[in-house]
Design a protein around this ligand. Sequence first.
Ligand code: PMP
Length: 319
Amino acid sequence: MKKFNEVDRHIWSDGVLIPWHEATVHVLSHSLQRGSLVFDYMSIKQTPLGEAIFRMDAHLRRLFRSCRLMGLALERDESELAEAILETVRANPGARVVKISVLIPSVEIDVVPRDSRVSVSIAAYDPVADILDRLPGEPVAKPDVLRLHLERHKRQRREDIVSPEAKVSANYVSSMMAKSKALEAGFHEILLMDAEGFIAEGPTANIFIVTSDGFLRTPPEQRVLRGVTRASVIALAEEMKIPCFEESISPDELFAAEEAFMTGTSASILPVESVDGYKMGTDCPGSVTVALRERLIKIERGEDPAFESWLTYVKEAPA
Ligand code: PMP
């Protein structure tokens, strides 16, 4: 096993690039002890004009929204952070993803921090070489199609004080527990339900279904994290004339669907093969899933002029 601190990369930390192993926080820091770290995660794509970050603006807007929802005072503006992200990617050749974190480093006693100043860090890395290959145990192969488990525990109202729309570390511990049980039972992924018993989202991905009438449906954005891939799929559906509705979906409607797929920065568009052992529709992947995925991949490769604005080139494009 290789060690984490041997990674030869630099992390942007409050305005300076520091070696990877120096990007640490105190064990008693507020963000670690109380789960107050807000973050966002975006991918770097290879295009004929060089590397580009996919929908950086949308990810940054969501980061600011998460900070507002959590009351974190982020005193930098979007253009400053956009520039910092590009600087970090240029300083870390071969990076595939960017993770930006806003955290409270202060050592605190109470749940409400007395020193609420935030620290911002930006890491650009290769998730496989820099992280997965350094973890103990056998690597888990990434599936092409998902065997999904529907976690029927409803989200509790008490937990809903923290909006699912905030990408904050505290929001991930419930799914950590639910998903680990499902993995042991042979599933690849779980789907969580909201407080009303409608389907919501996975731990790190949104869900779409395709009905037998060919309609696309996804849970409303008040119940889930506003996935950037989710928003991209909705925009693509409009462009491709596939009727798409953001509305509550019951478990029965999921089981009756012709196709289902999950969306996320890591997952891209990943077809669901079965839910709790019940096969979805006739073919997996289904034709709507394939059409949307092919279009998204084309855009990510910089081969679709209609959606060029979704790519932010890391190096200035030649004039
Ligand atoms: N839901 C949750 C809870 C997530 O953490 C993520 C991953 N950011 C998503 C959905 C998918 O969002 P995106 O498409 O922006 O990666």
